[in-house]
Design a protein around this ligand. Structure first.
Ligand SMILES: [Zn+2]
Length: 425
């Protein structure tokens, strides 16, 4: 009887407190303070960080698990604010639009999500796909599929013939006339309807294509495509529904309209002038640079027949300009949010962006802060992710080297925990 009581007591303890994980961290990046700390223990219980203690503490219960990261550098799970989780570049991508079913897209997306998570990105903002992205987000949140925490824009908004018009390049019989339900906007009324439809479809963000883009089957990669009034209607409606707006933009005029119209982030920002950089600062708009995508498209454009003919010139022109613009924007004090446009290059290579940011003049610690604390703030998750702190979600990654000394170590994340689950060790 006594034995039974003891046993049930033990069982109770396990049920109440569960199994804790002790991470012994040789180095730990304090993203808020911008410092690298040494010899810390992170105690994880369930999906939360219970405490971050000095030295290497040992667990009190035999149920607990110790993970030895004494030779590693530990940091919060990384956040990429610009991915397209449903697809990935390949020479047949333009045909796949007409051959893949939603089920094919879903299996592909699940694979890309796993690859992304295992590379250390525990949260992503997905900036446009078909709607499978919403289903994938829900499946990941429900624990049915492994992947990063997703905030998705569902389908990007465009104008007729604009960068995200889904029927660009199709023959006339297939072109149709997509309207706001499919994300194509040609008036303020359409703009409001398109946003409300995204809300109804389950979007967390609104994405607009404020200028032409590189990879659409259309002539200009930089022309402005919305009026200021249309962008204002989008941003105001988004606000009503608790959403914020991200604007794809390469050309300067379209960027200025987007900033004045009320967007939160500018994606790419390729031809950004000094005047527009000042406007960004004045309105508190963040730049999501996507340098990796720029470099990747200009490389791919050199492979014969990789892209349709109309894209090659745009890719060679726009791609290489992003890194140089980023360097100027950083020096001018524009707010920088880490984002890559993964899908334009292979998922899982998102961390290449860190090296390019550092190469352009941003200190490594600030590049890491952009991918953690800054992005957490932009996702309104600043009390849950982006820092290693008691009460925060247990999204934790580690590298072999200290990235403040060797930024390329970010390309080979060796430990990944998300929501307290270990996905890579
Ligand atoms: Zn994109």
């Amino acid at each position: 009887m006594k034995k039974l009581t003891l046993l049930s007591c033990l069982l109770m303890t396990v049920l109440v407190f569960g199994q804790n994980t002790y991470l012994h961290c040789g180095k730990l990046i304090d993203t808020k303070g911008g410092k690298v700390l040494t010899n810390k223990t992170i105690v994880v219980s369930g999906n939360k960080i219970m405490s971050v203690d000095d030295g290497f503490s040992t667990p009190s219960s035999p149920e607990d698990v110790v993970v030895d990261l004494k030779s590693k550098t530990v940091m919060p799970g990384l956040i990429d604010l610009h991915v397209h989780i449903e697809g990935e570049t390949n020479p047949r991508a333009y045909l796949e639009k007409y051959t893949l079913n939603d089920a094919d897209i879903a299996f592909n997306a699940q694979h890309f999500a796993q690859v992304t998570l295992r590379s250390g990105f525990t949260t992503v903002r997905d900036l446009g796909g078909s709607g499978v992205n919403v289903a994938l987000r829900n499946a990941i949140n429900a624990g049915k599929v492994d992947g990063p925490r997703i905030f998705t824009a569902e389908k990007s908004l465009a104008t007729t013939g604009g960068h995200a018009d889904p029927s660009n390049g199709a023959k006339k019989e297939l072109m149709g006339d997509p309207g706001p339900k499919e994300g194509v906007v040609n008036s303020m009324e359409d703009a409001r309807k398109a946003v409300r439809q995204r809300y109804k479809n389950g979007a967390d963000w609104i994405k607009i294509t404020a200028t032409g883009g590189v990879l659409s089957v259309a002539k200009s990669g930089q022309n402005p495509q919305f009026t200021v009034e249309e962008i204002k209607a989008i941003c105001e409606t988004a606000k009503d529904y608790g959403l914020e707006v991200a604007a794809h933009a390469h050309g300067d005029e379209g960027m200025q309209r987007a900033i004045i119209g009320g967007v939160r982030t500018i994606e790419h920002g390729t031809m950004m002038s000094a005047e527009t950089m000042e406007l960004m600062k004045k309105h508190g708009v963040y730049l999501v640079p996507t340098i990796t995508a720029g470099k990747s498209v200009s490389e791919k454009a050199k492979i014969p027949n990789y892209y349709p003919e109309v894209i090659v010139g745009k890719a060679l022109d726009i791609g290489p300009k992003i890194q140089e613009m980023f360097g100027r924007a950083y020096k001018k004090g524009v707010g920088i949010a880490f984002g890559t446009d993964a899908a334009v290059f292979a998922h899982g290579e998102n961390a290449k962006e860190f090296g390019y940011m550092v190469e352009a003049g941003m200190p490594a610690i600030e590049a890491i802060q952009s991918a953690t604390i800054t992005n957490a703030m932009l996702l309104k998750m600043q009390d849950q992710i982006g820092q290693l702190k008691a009460g925060f979600l247990a999204d934790i990654v580690a590298t072999n080297d200290d990235p403040t000394a060797n930024i390329n170590t970010m390309n080979a994340v060796v430990f990944v925990m998300k929501d307290g689950h270990i996905y890579k060790n």
